[in-house]
Ligand binder design. Structure first.
Ligand code: C5P
Length: 219
């Protein structure tokens, strides 16, 4: 039998940006390489979990043993996450676009002498808040991310209660995080725990988080 600490557990992980079309050739997106989310999916799988990785457009290979579902928009990401439930663990690390275009043009918008077109935006669903909402399919452990440039602790705490998740991984993005190999994060739990982990490769952050998750289920 499989003696790994997360054997028999299931996880859904979101990673990467979403892409919200304006017309067939243009769109709105967020800065995210997907590296941290992919590393988390890999680390959970290494500890024995069955992992579904719901990924926006990124240039990364799927980790070994992980089932990847490609999505483009926030709405597609939300549907793919729903389809991956029930799961014991949800880690929402994607950089979801907060808005999508209302009334995507079916043909390429032409440049016109009258000046640039205006684009109306509507709010995207909050996938993390949706997954965190009480209900039969709520994962036992729901983890969100908070990328902040200021007031990391206050913002992370506010996010914990606003979203209803169990843990928030806060990262200070005021310097070089996007697309880089390293990350310095602080874990905030609903129970009031705070753990700061030194700057290290994203794979190290992922392994630490996966171990922390395994400990949570052991306890
Ligand atoms: O509110 P904010 O975007 O700062 O929250 C970040 C956290 O919420 C991340 O875990 C991100 O994956 C998640 N999120 C989401 N759906 C959104 C916006 C954010 O799942 N529409």
């Amino acid at each position: 039998p499989d003696g790994r600490p997360l054997a028999g557990r299931t996880a859904v992980v979101t990673a990467g940006p979403t892409f919200e079309p304006i017309d067939p050739v243009r769109g709105l997106t967020n800065r995210s390489s997907g590296k941290q989310g992919y590393a988390i999916a890999e680390a959970l799988a290494e500890l024995g979990a069955r992992v579904t990785l719901v990924s926006g457009p990124v240039a990364l290979a799927a980790p070994v043993g992980v089932e990847r579902v490609w999505v483009e928009t926030a709405k597609e990401m939300q549907a793919a996450v729903q389809a991956a439930l029930p799961a014991d663990i949800a880690v929402m690390s994607a950089a979801v676009a907060d808005w999508r275009v209302d009334g995507v043009a079916s043909g390429k918008i032409k440049k016109a002498p009258g000046g640039p077109p205006s684009v109306a935006l509507i709010e995207n669903p909050d996938i993390l808040a949706g997954v965190s909402a009480p209900g039969k399919l709520r994962p036992k452990l729901v983890i969100g991310f908070a990328a902040e440039t200021t007031d990391l602790e206050a913002n992370a705490r506010a996010k914990l209660s606003r979203k209803g998740c169990d843990w928030i991984v806060g990262n200070d993005v005021s310097d070089d995080v996007f697309g880089s190999e390293g990350n310095a994060v602080t874990l905030f739990t609903r129970g009031g725990d705070v753990e700061s982990w030194p700057r290290q490769p994203k794979s190290g952050v992922a392994r630490k988080l996966a171990m922390r998750i395994a400990d949570h289920f052991k306890a």
